[in-house]
Design a protein around this ligand. Structure first.
Ligand SMILES: NC(=O)C1=CN([C@@H]2O[C@H](COP(=O)(O)OP(=O)(O)OC[C@H]3O[C@@H](n4cnc5c(N)ncnc54)[C@H](O)[C@@H]3O)[C@@H](O)[C@H]2O)C=CC1
Ligand SMILES: O=C(O)[C@H]1O[C@H](OP(=O)(O)OP(=O)(O)OC[C@H]2O[C@@H](n3ccc(=O)[nH]c3=O)[C@H](O)[C@@H]2O)[C@H](O)[C@@H](O)[C@@H]1O
Length: 439
């Protein structure tokens, strides 16, 4: 029986391994993490992350061929294929701070693999990493390798939160990069066979290591660039009387442009787009390409501009002062169908509104978890959490912060927990305040 171990039981490691386990009953999959609360939650009825369809997939194979454990070293030592899906945030200190990826967690995982391994391993980069990371990892693994053969593969993940299970069941493509040597090709083939259990062969792309690593950063940069492009257009629409929803519909009908990722918004959020573009910018700078770095930097600048423009519009719609007023933020996660609040634009909106004068802001979300909110707390004193009923009743203004368009109708986050009556009542309340909700 092939044994897979995944280091990192987060938004990527958990769902990805659950899908591999459910699709490959003959493979044993163990997901390990240094966080005991996270592993305990994966082993409980209340999973640590919310993803539509995830509960069913986990229930179908947990205890059969899917296991969650904190015994990291034991399962790494026993595995044939090790996925590394640890966090790779933006560095906050030292060389490249504010831009470069912090590979501390990756490096410590690699050192541990080197320490405990007694047999040959395929080590798979699942985390998003800078191009050429595999070279550094290879050095760590092969230093003192005790005759063990390590093959490093790059297999970046393209799932989006909120649709992770759907994306994993039917990926547009699976990308596998490996060394162009006989051993490298053999390792690529071994990983390809895992995905081939449910992904059509033509959707499994194989490349060299560096192309796979860079393709992940490039894909996120291109997606974020589309959002910044349409957001930039929304500013012009507002200045000229054009409707950005109509403009994006019209341009999206061009088959060369396509309709996806053209929704104007308060600006993109989430733990990856900004981090990965900053990382790309840093790599360009390190490679002596300042013009290319500046090009991608602009995607983030427009995103920041959009968030502050949004705050300014809210303030100006309230007679240029929010002092003493209550504002309800509808939906605090960075998008619908997730509880993830990492880098949510709602934080910047709240901060912008709270400003020095300390407006009181209440946030409503159905999938918030204490762990995700703690990742970037609102330090200001004016913010409180509340339910849609109480927030809606007392707020002077409601600000939908996920899945909304600044230029056309506004969409409020869907609420799988709320009853239809509750939503109806909430919608009525919003309509009275001039906000139209498509729940
Ligand atoms: N969140 C997403 O939708 C996507 C994320 N990615 C990338 O995947 C990677 C992981 O992202 P997430 O799953 O969101 O992160 P996460 O923060 O949810 O999960 C990472 C987990 O790794 C664990 N960990 C860290 N160091 C460890 C070690 N040495 N041994 C064992 N466990 C360790 C942490 O405790 C944490 O539970 C990142 O590089 C991210 O850029 C890629 C595609 C989608
Ligand atoms: O590397 C990653 O982490 C992932 O990043 C994104 O996935 P995710 O951040 O989960 O969610 P998206 O659906 O891409 O949304 C990101 C942000 O863009 C915003 N957005 C999205 C689409 C759009 O048209 N307009 C818009 O403002 C969303 O509201 C959200 O704030 C990518 O879509 C995934 O392919 C990638 O794997």
């Amino acid at each position: 029986m092939v044994k897979i171990c995944c280091i990192g039981a987060g938004y990527v490691g958990g769902p990805t391994m659950a899908v591999i386990a459910v699709k490959c009953p003959a493979i044993e999959v163990v997901v390990v993490d240094i966080s005991k609360p996270r592993i305990d939650a994966w082993n409980s009825d209340k999973l640590p992350i919310y993803e539509p369809g995830l509960d069913e997939v986990v229930k179908a194979c947990r205890g059969r061929n899917l296991f969650f454990s904190t015994d990291v070293e034991k399962h790494v030592a026993e595995a044939d294929i090790i996925f590394v899906s640890v966090n790779t945030p933006t560095k906050t200190r030292g060389l490249g701070a504010g831009k470069a990826a912090d590979l501390t967690y990756w490096e410590s995982a690699a050192r541990m693999i080197a320490d405990v391994s007694k047999s040959d391993k395929i080590v798979v980069e699942k985390s998003t990493v800078p191009v050429k990371t595999a070279e550094a990892i290879e050095k760590i693994l092969t230093h003192n390798s005790k005759g063990i053969n390590y093959q490093i593969l790059s297999n970046p993940e393209f799932l989006a939160e909120g649709t992770a299970i759907e994306d994993l069941f039917k990926p547009d493509r699976v990308l596998i990069g490996g060394r162009e040597t006989p051993e490298g090709r053999k390792a690529v083939q071994a990983l390809k066979e895992v995905y081939a259990h449910w992904v059509p062969e033509e959707n499994i792309i194989t490349t060299n290591l560096w192309s796979a690593e860079l393709s992940k950063l490039a894909a996120n940069a291109f997606l974020a660039q589309r959002i910044s492009s349409v957001n930039a257009m929304s500013a012009l629409c507002e200045a000229t009387g054009a409707n950005v929803s109509e403009v994006s519909y019209a341009i999206g009908k061009d088959s060369r442009i396509g309709p996806k990722f053209l929704n104007a918004s308060v600006g993109f959020g989430g733990s990856c787009f900004q981090k990965d573009i900053l990382n790309l910018v840093y790599i360009c700078e390190c490679n002596g390409l300042p013009e290319v770095a500046n090009y991608w930097k602009q995607v983030i600048k427009i995103n920041d501009y959009q968030k502050s423009r949004f705050v300014n519009r809210v303030v100006s719609s309230m007679f240029n002062t929010v002092s003493g007023k209550k504002v309800a933020i509808l939906g605090f996660a960075f998008k619908k169908d997730t509880g993830d609040t990492r880098e949510t634009p709602a934080i910047d909106v709240c901060k912008g509104l709270l400003g020095p004068s300390g407006t009181s802001s209440r946030s409503w979300t159905t999938r918030r978890s204490s762990t995700t909110c703690r990742s970037r707390p609102l330090s200001s004193t004016g913010a409180t959490w509340s339910t849609p009923r109480s927030s809606g009743r007392s707020a002077s203004s409601s600000t939908p912060s996920a899945s909304r368009s600044m230029g056309g109708s506004r969409t409020c986050p869907q609420s799988p927990n709320s009853s239809p009556q509750e939503l109806q009542e909430f919608n009525k309340l919003l309509r009275r305040r001039g906000i139209f909700c498509q729940a």
